[in-house]
Design a protein around this ligand. Structure first.
Ligand code: TYD
Length: 232
């Protein structure tokens, strides 16, 4: 679809870092030339944190400057909000959603946007899709409303590409430490999050790439690197 769209446009109408730019219209691929914002998503126990680390390492091995960060957290305020969210008292679903959004606003403005502006890549362990899956869909607050809130607080800063690590939900649930407030929700919630992520991947196929996480970590990492290269 991108190729067709790009061919219909004049070459100079398409910036090299735009999603609509085809390989024919630019001298180098965006992955090679421009900073790229990548996020890793998945249910608890999916192995996405391991994959975020391996992806950042691979980009660095390619000579790229990478800022690796995580959510909730990644800033001083964000780490404090993380404590409240994961270790704190019970809270209403909207209180939870807005706290995640507050941590994300801080991370987007103080870490992600400046890093991209400085030409670094950013690899984020969880981002907006976590709120869409956990709060928007699984907690039933509404995808549209949670998306709107998050686009507002981040100034519309979305990843160039999101890798969603899919695993058998039963296996992932067994793997979770069940140590924080959200992990303690139980298996029905965990399965609802898994389904929510799968529907997000169908809704946003241009941005979200799914990978089969039911394999050794190095194999999954290899697939993610390959998918990223394909985008170049
Ligand atoms: P995570 O960092 O994956 O936990 P850990 O590092 O302990 O494995 O995420 C913490 C929890 O917060 C996880 O259960 C998912 C949840 N979460 C949301 O519900 N919404 C969000 O927007 C984010 C970022 C996380």
């Amino acid at each position: 679809m991108h190729l067709v769209a790009a061919r219909d446009e004049r070459v100079d109408d398409v910036r090299a870092d735009e999603a609509g730019a085809s390989g024919y219209d630019r001298p180098h691929a965006p992955y090679r030339t421009a900073s790229v914002f990548l996020s890793l998503e998945g249910v608890d126990g999916s192995g996405k944190t391991t994959q975020a680390g391996l992806l950042a390492e691979a980009l660095r091995a390619d000579g790229r400057e990478v800022v690796a960060t995580r959510e909730p957290g990644g800033t001083r305020l964000g780490e404090e909000v993380r404590e409240l969210l994961l270790e704190g008292v019970e809270m209403s679903a909207w209180a939870e959603t807005t706290l995640f959004a507050a941590a994300r606003a801080e991370l987007a403005e103080r870490v992600i946007a400046p890093a991209l502006a400085a030409g670094n890549d950013v690899v984020c362990d969880r981002y907006i899709d976590s709120s869409l899956a956990y709060q928007g869909i699984a907690r039933g607050l509404g995808l549209e409303r949670v998306l709107e809130l998050n686009l507002t607080v981040t100034n519309g800063l979305l990843p160039d590409r999101t890798f969603l690590v899919l695993v058998d939900p039963g296996v992932a649930f067994e793997r979770t430490k069940r140590s924080d407030r959200i992990e303690l929700e139980g298996e029905a919630f965990h399965r609802a999050v898994d389904e929510a992520y799968r529907s997000l991947a169908e809704m946003f196929p241009e941005r979200i790439t799914t990978v089969d996480g039911n394999r050794p970590a190095e194999e999954v990492a290899e697939e993610i690197r390959g998918r990223l290269r394909e985008l170049s």
